[in-house]
Design a protein around this ligand. Structure first.
Ligand code: NDP
Ligand code: BG6
Length: 500
């Protein structure tokens, strides 16, 4: 990579370029590497944000040569990267890409990988600094951690970037943490929840803490309730072996969704350092109690139409058991029991094969106490603050406004901030930000083990409650907004999900 001054670094407020290092991707033949990691690395290369001395080593069980791996990654970048493909940028990056065939259980092969990395350190001047990215199933992590510890280079730093879900339940997460702590310190571990890398999720922090107007009203006195929707129109995309074990509760509720609740509910951190931010999120997670059976709804999609295309039901997906009881949808009424939020419900829902892809945080304010306008001319809708996490990223405030003309008719209008209109630079993918932060050693946007344990404690309690009854699955049609029970959850309280 070139050493010229880089104006983009200023624009992106990156304080420094990462130290020279090797990025080792375990699981390099998998879906995540192809669709997310390599396109993100290419985007960083385009912006000259990668270290000057750098190399990528892919490792997985599949047999592959360096050249074949480079060709496959090139095709992935051409297909999935957000930037137009530039041959010279790719060639510069590809010159540092290598592949090692490795079965994680094979201790002889692990020695070969270690030797290859030492050799590449010499060739590329990467000083023994290593980022190890675990794009592998959770069951493979323990073996790999021990292998890395056995072959720690004599000099240089080590960072472990571990994908979600971290463990399968509270106990396995604790065991994994204990294993990691035998060999590595907390500041060497980066547990990814890629939602924290999304610009719009970070903007929630900016919205709340860089503006004076929201904080005074961000509480139970002014907010009626919060709604969080993480809706996907896609199904399980050939990931049955993982999804059948995980279900919606472990795939998204345990991590992305609870992190959105934590960011919405947290107190202002004293500064934007990893521990200050994580301490405040942790307090929210600790304040949540297990929803009772009436306050949690699960669903599984049957056949239907998504965006006009006919799709099969979950039980008909390849690799799924015909009588599978795995949930693909969860809705819940959650409470954060603290001074700020007591008695203010957080209604959350998330699922696959819903009507469309949409992640939104809706803050619904209490109604005006006494609108002095004539009945019948007023749309008595409460104010909403909508944080559009994706797509159409932005923030929108719904307010009542007078319809022009005689009389006083009020209608809801929206004051909108759209990223596309306000900023010229397109939104980076979450993985760009997170890979760069891991290289820089900044863990602010990664989750700490105590947060993850609180998240698992809540999920374990919900799952234990589910063992007592078996819902009649499938209970929602693909392309709908989930089972009727999800609507009842709010209707019982005289509320409804925001319609789209
Ligand atoms: P895949 O199943 O597509 O890939 C798994 C990878 O792990 C393959 O490269 C596989 O190698 C390798 N692997 C598994 N076991 C071994 C072994 N014993 N020895 C060597 N290699 C092994 O999974 P994904 O890429 O989808 O997911 C990886 C991780 O990322 C998971 O934790 C997932 O939850 C997480 N994630 C994935 C997302 C996605 O969009 N895919 C999004 C967010 C998180 P081989 O095939 O060569 O055997
Ligand atoms: C992953 C889940 O963590 O997030 C997937 O494993 C899901 O099932 C994905 O599709 C959604 O991410 P995004 O960024 O597309 O909302």
């Amino acid at each position: 990579m070139t050493d010229e001054p880089n104006p983009l670094l200023e624009g992106l407020r990156v304080r420094r370029r990462p130290d020279p290092c090797l990025l080792v991707i375990f699981g390099a033949s998998g879906d995540l590497t192809e669709k997310k990691l390599m396109p993100a690395l290419y985007a960083l290369a385009v912006r000259r944000l990668l270290p000057e001395r750098f190399g990528i080593v892919g490792a997985a069980r599949s047999e592959e040569t360096d050249d074949a791996f480079r060709e496959r990654m090139k095709a992935a970048v051409q297909k999935y990267a957000r930037d137009p493909f530039k041959e010279d940028t790719w060639n510069e990056l590809a010159a540092g890409i290598h592949y090692v065939t490795l079965d994680f259980a094979d201790t002889e092969a692990e020695g070969k990988l270690a030797d290859r990395l030492m050799q590449l350190d010499e060739e590329r001047g990467t000083l023994g600094n290593r980022v190890y990215y675990f794009a592998v199933p959770p069951s493979a992590i323990g073996t790999l951690v021990e292998a890395i510890a056995r072959h720690r280079p004599p000099s240089g730093w080590v960072r472990l970037v571990i994908e979600k879900p971290f463990g399968h339940d509270l106990q396995s997460a604790r065991e994994l943490t204990a294993l990691i702590q035998q060999h590595f310190s907390e500041d060497e571990v980066f547990r990814i929840d890629h939602y924290l890398g999304k610009e719009t999720v970070q903007n929630m922090l900016a919205l709340r803490f860089a503006n004076g107007i929201f904080e005074p009203i961000w509480n139970r006195q002014f907010i009626d309730h919060v709604q969080i929707t993480v809706a996907e129109s896609i199904g399980i995309e050939g990931r049955a072996s993982y999804y059948e074990r995980a279900g919606a509760i472990r795939d998204i509720f345990q991590n992305h969704l609870l992190q959105l609740v934590a960011i919405t509910g947290m107190e202002p951190p004293i500064d934007f350092t990893a521990d200050s931010v994580r301490n405040e999120k942790l307090k929210v997670l600790k304040s949540m109690h297990t929803p009772g059976p009436k306050h949690i709804v699960r669903g599984q999609y049957g056949p239907g139409f998504v965006e006009g295309v006919e799709v099969r039901g979950y039980r008909e997906e390849e690799g799924v058991a015909p009588n599978s009881m795995t949930e693909t949808f969860v809705a819940a009424k959650l409470f954060v029991d603290n001074w700020r939020w007591a008695d203010t419900p957080f209604y959350v829902r998330m699922g696959k094969r819903l009507a469309r892809r949409e992640t939104t945080i809706t803050i619904q304010f209490k109604r005006a106490p006494h609108p002095p306008f004539e009945d019948g001319h007023t749309e008595a809708r409460p104010n909403l603050l909508l944080i559009h996490v994706q797509p159409n990223e932005g923030v929108s405030l719904a307010i009542g406004a007078k319809v022009p003309g005689q009389g006083m008719t009020i209608r809801t209008v929206h004051m909108d901030f759209l990223y596309g209109g306000a900023f010229r630079e397109g939104l980076p993918d979450a993985y760009e930000r997170l890979i760069l932060d891991a290289m820089l050693g900044d863990a602010t946007l990664f989750t700490r083990s105590d947060e993850i344990e609180e998240q698992w404690a809540l999920v374990d309690a919900i799952v234990a409650g589910w063992e007592r009854d078996k819902p009649a699955f499938p209970n929602y049609a693909a392309g709908s907004w989930g089972p009727p029970g999800a609507d009842d959850l709010l209707h019982r309280d005289g509320r409804s999900w925001r319609r789209h």
